[in-house]
Design a protein around this ligand. Sequence first.
Ligand code: MF3
Ligand code: CO
Length: 262
Amino acid sequence: MGNSIKSKTEKEIHLMRQGGSILARALRKVVGHVVTGVSLKELDGYAQQYLEEAGGEAAFRGYQGSGGARSYPATLCASVNDEIVHGIGTRDIILKEGDIVGLDLGVRYPAKNGLYTDMAVTVGVGKISSEAATLMAVTQQALVRGIALVRPGQDIKVISKEIQLCAESYGYGVIRDLTGHGIGYALHEDPPIFNYDEKNAPSVILKEGMTVCIEPMISTGTWRVKVDPDGWTIRTADKSLAAHFEHTILVTAHGSEVITHF
Ligand code: MF3
Ligand code: CO
């Protein structure tokens, strides 16, 4: 399986770098609007505006999930506190002091027939608890430690184990129902990149030119999840806090390049 995954061409990589920098700039500007009293809906509007202005197309809107759910209805995924991922960005939810919010955004660039990049950050609203701050720092650290292991010849399982070790050494739960993924021609390509040591995961060896998303999702409690009646919003089953960070990464000749530089 590992050898059937296509590496991107120089030209495709060039477009993904452009898309990645448009995406990172857009998300950074959205983060700048995160203050007490802002609604998710407003953040979604800003995200849509920034992507469009830059010649990109929102990658998540219209995405057809598995299991017959309705297609994704927003530009941004905004997931608050015990929400882990896929919180619908157009919801009428007002952020309040002490909340943490995961902001996940993807772009297709150029808008028509372009390539996909995808990234996420979790940020605090005003003053947050030390519990929340530590969770966010550890989740970001898990991503950084995973990225540090990306190079040609590396087995993806090594990255999965490192992320799990990072989270569990703090007593945190690693969300299992969702994974990272290959990316480029589509938002989700092979291989899946688990955030824990999944025994049934196919062994995949990274090659130069592959583009992948690594995205640890970590909770202060259980790894078990619950899906809201809206069919998208995924939260922790025990209502514990969750954080999510994600980058699109290119496998280079000797290591990696983060193409969604924040
Ligand atoms: N970053 C998320 C992912 O890679 C966002 C997907 S939202 C969806 O799965 F609506 F497109 F599913
Ligand atoms: Co992703």
